[in-house]
Design a protein around this ligand. Structure first.
Ligand code: IMP
Ligand code: MG
Length: 178
């Protein structure tokens, strides 16, 4: 692996494909152990988490379901700030064990605004699995139950993460060269 250019910026290799796969297998085995018999519903948040969700789900050996949602944020008409709503969730979460699959928790804003909507449906348990977390960027509290990698506050690319639409197809994760 070497430095790549996407649009106008340069990125250097940061986490290898092998390390990503190994960590995801470990996360999955924790989930298999913790949620045995619960028939969890995984909810992957598109677009960024599609690769993580696919690779994670292959390692889930207990009975489990998966669904995909897209979060849409728009400005409230008053000074209520951004409202985040989901499209594509058909399942009833009442009494379910739910595991949210996220690519990265950066500021935490997206999840902290969205989770209350899911909690409103009264799942038995609402857990978060995130491949990446930038603790130094976080401004909104989110409890991550299963974490892949804690990373510095630098822009990342690859393995589902994009820079202006490109780079999601890279099997490894790159870091912006500054
Ligand atoms: P939040 O700041 O925690 O609300 O992050 C929202 C979303 O921003 C994440 O789910 C990602 O899709 C995207 N994001 C955050 N950090 C990065 C990054 O370093 N590279 C690419 N996308 C990112
Ligand atoms: Mg995302």
């Amino acid at each position: 692996m070497s430095i790549i250019t996407v649009h106008d910026k340069q990125f250097q290799p940061y986490i290898t494909a092998a390390d990503i796969q190994q960590r995801i297998a470990q996360m999955a085995s924790e989930i298999n152990r913790d949620l045995q018999g619960k028939r969890p519903l995984f909810i992957a948040i598109l677009n960024g988490s599609f690769m993580f969700a696919g690779d994670m789900f292959k390692h889930i050996t207990i009975d489990a379901e998966i669904s995909f949602i897209k979060l849409v944020s728009y400005k409230g008409t008053k000074s209520t700030g951004n409202v985040i709503t989901s499209i594509g969730l058909d399942e009833d979460l009442y009494g379910r064990t739910v595991v949210i699959l996220e690519d990265i928790v950066d500021t935490g804003k997206t999840l902290s605004m969205f989770l209350p909507q899911l909690e409103h449906q009264q799942p038995e348990q609402l857990l978060i699995a995130s491949l990446l977390h930038k603790p130094d960027a976080q401004t909104h509290p989110v409890k991550i139950d299963y974490l892949g990698f804690s990373v510095p506050n630098k822009f990342l690319l690859g393995y589902g993460l994009d820079y202006d639409g490109l780079g999601r197809n890279l099997p490894e994760i790159y870091q912006l060269v500054d």
